[in-house]
Design a protein around this ligand. Structure first.
Ligand code: GLA
Length: 311
């Protein structure tokens, strides 16, 4: 568990505390709910929660729909009502899973000794219940069990995973497209149904994306950054043309990132329909990326998930 910080004054003596990171997904988009392979990493932006017993659930936070999340995970873990206070460095609706960070931080506060995989599954169910969006398990898994210095190669069918070292000299950039949305207002569930029912165009994305995850993991292992970048580009094209979850604004942003000196590759990240893009860039040339995209960029390092036991 990371060192406990000082709780907000009104929560001194509170009985719960938990902290969980946001996540990026290097590659493997819209395949988790089909039992595919994904390669996310937890990143060094954290949501922290404190709580104390109260007659009913409440939350102080700017995460949209926060009370629904708190009640849903409380119900999943059969916890008594608490007043919850949140501080977060994970921006909402920007594509790095503020909701998973909140849910996993709450799970870590309520049941710190829980198995990380079970916690991720409980948080996935809570997210589905709170929003009605039939999300996969990737975001919650990364927030629970991501590792500092690494990405997780996760098989969403079995929840088996391998830790793949992530190179120090590559910076992870998350670029906010400015098109913010909550997943409940997007056709996420519709895409899921189309893919599950075997629509050929959607399946083309899913099958090719899973193959790209395998090749990317090998390229990461071989430190072949150019190959990794090519795969990001192919992933974007597939998400844009076959899965149809990009937007013209996001496509333009991705193309600006591709053109930046020192950028290995970029693509839309997460559910899509706006949100953020991911770019991998030479650590010494981050400024040229920031100048090329002309949008707020969050440079992240990998981090430990909330349920990683470090000693
Ligand atoms: C959202 C969901 C994830 C996953 C991605 C797309 O982030 O929460 O489960 O489906 O979209 O890869």
């Amino acid at each position: 568990m990371p060192a406990q910080r000082t709780p907000p004054r009104s929560f001194v003596g509170s009985d719960w505390h938990g902290r969980a990171p946001g996540r990026v997904n290097l590659i493997g988009e819209h395949v988790d709910y089909l039992g595919g392979l994904v390669l996310p990493a937890a990143v060094d932006r954290f949501t922290e929660v404190w709580a104390r017993p109260a007659p009913e659930w409440s939350i102080e936070s700017d995460v949209p729909g926060g009370l629904g999340y708190v009640k849903a995970i409380g119900e999943e873990l059969r916890a008594d009502p608490h007043a919850v206070q949140v501080t977060s460095q994970v921006p909402p609706n920007a594509g790095i899973s503020s909701s998973a960070a909140l849910l996993v931080a709450l799970a870590a506060a309520i049941r710190p000794d829980m198995d990380g995989k079970q916690a991720a599954l409980a948080c996935q169910r809570a997210e589905q219940k709170a929003t009605g969006v039939q999300v996969g398990v990737m975001d919650q898994f990364a927030a629970a069990l991501g590792r500092r210095g690494s990405a997780l190669l996760l098989d969403c069918a079995t929840l088996e995973y391998q830790v793949v070292p992530f190179p120090d000299e590559v910076a992870i950039a998350v670029i906010d497209s400015g098109e913010h949305r909550s997943l409940a207002s997007t056709p996420y569930n519709q895409r899921r149904r189309e893919a599950e029912s075997g629509d050929p165009k959607r399946r083309k994305h899913v099958d090719s994306e899973i193959q790209r995850v395998r090749v990317f993991a090998q390229a990461l292992h071989d430190r072949n950054f150019t190959r990794m970048g090519e795969l990001l580009k192919e992933s974007h094209q597939s998400l844009r043309d076959d899965f149809e979850v990009s937007t013209p604004n996001v496509d333009a942003l991705v193309e600006r990132a591709w053109s930046a000196d020192g950028c290995y590759g970029a693509r839309i990240m997460g559910a899509g329909f706006g949100g953020s893009i991911l770019a991998l860039v030479d650590k010494h040339r981050t400024e040229s990326l920031a100048a090329a995209v002309d949008r707020p960029v969050l440079f992240c390092a990998t981090a430990d998930g909330a349920f990683v036991r470090t000693q």
